[in-house]
Design a binder for this molecule. Structure first.
Ligand code: FPP
Length: 238
């Protein structure tokens, strides 16, 4: 049950069931302030609480956040380590509040490549919140859509019989969740960057110019309003 009636924010019933956010622009946010890039990631992390709370309060079913892609390993080691530090800090700091808010955490991606302390923090977060029935919060870490599809395809091949489309979708990291209805990318670039490509097959796409640390709750609500006004046909006619 939503804690905040969507109508009180000018939203219709046409809320997305699943929203993805490509959190881009942290580095440029920092650069514009003559700060080191990790400070931009920290500022981005500080935005998560509000966006998650809002999603949870109005009754969005699932929120997927792109936090670290399979391509982000190309970044300088110092930035990667700063990001790892933030992931650990985030789980340590926010887990209890997320759990109390009924949020169910799932990490999308291959955890094998991460240091053991991140793996432990993620496992703890996932198992603590596994039975929660509120917002499904998915954090994409070491995630890439093509790698995800390859992993799913190999799992299906190992079963030794032809798979149906449902089997493929169920074998993705997002198995059991609804498809994405809306993908928002902050930071002005207009591409999907290997984020949940199959799940976004019919998603509405929105590209906003703000860097992620400046992506306010109010702007998020504006995107949700704009989503409600879009005409979705799923290949059908009007
Ligand atoms: C892209 O901006 C952002 C990232 C690669 C990292 C996103 C991470 C966070 C928001 C912080 C913490 C997240 C969690 C889940 C605790 P960019 O660095 O590519 O920005 P740029 O395009 O301006 O360089």
């Amino acid at each position: 049950m939503a804690k905040t009636a969507p109508a009180s924010l000018g939203l219709t019933d046409a809320l997305p069931r699943h929203v993805g956010i490509i959190m881009d622009g942290n580095g440029r946010w920092a650069k514009a302030r003559s700060l080191p890039r990790p400070m931009g990631h920290r500022a981005g992390m500080e935005r998560l609480r509000g966006l998650i709370q809002l999603s949870s309060d109005i009754g969005i079913g699932a929120l997927s956040l792109y936090a670290f892609s399979t391509e982000n390993w190309k970044r300088p080691q110092s930035e990667i380590e700063a990001l790892f530090g933030l992931f650990i800090e985030y789980f340590n700091r926010e887990l209890d509040a997320l759990h109390e808010g009924g949020v169910c955490i799932r990490v999308l991606g291959d955890m094998e490549a991460f240091p053991a302390n991140i793996g432990r923090a993620i496992s703890a977060a996932q198992s603590k919140t596994a039975n929660n029935e509120g917002l499904k919060l998915n954090i994409a870490l070491n995630y890439g859509s093509r790698a995800e599809v390859l992993r799913a395809a190999n799992a299906l091949i190992a079963r030794g019989q032809p798979a149906a489309m449902e089997d493929l979708m169920a074998a993705l990291y997002t198995g059991g969740l609804p498809d994405l209805d809306l993908v928002i990318r902050t930071g002005g670039e207009q591409r999907l960057s290997n984020f949940l490509l199959l799940q976004a097959a019919y998603a509405e796409l929105m590209f906003v110019p703000e860097y992620f640390p400046d992506f306010s709750d109010a702007r998020f609500v504006e995107c949700l309003r704009a989503f409600g006004a879009r005409n979705r046909r799923f290949g059908d006619v009007e």
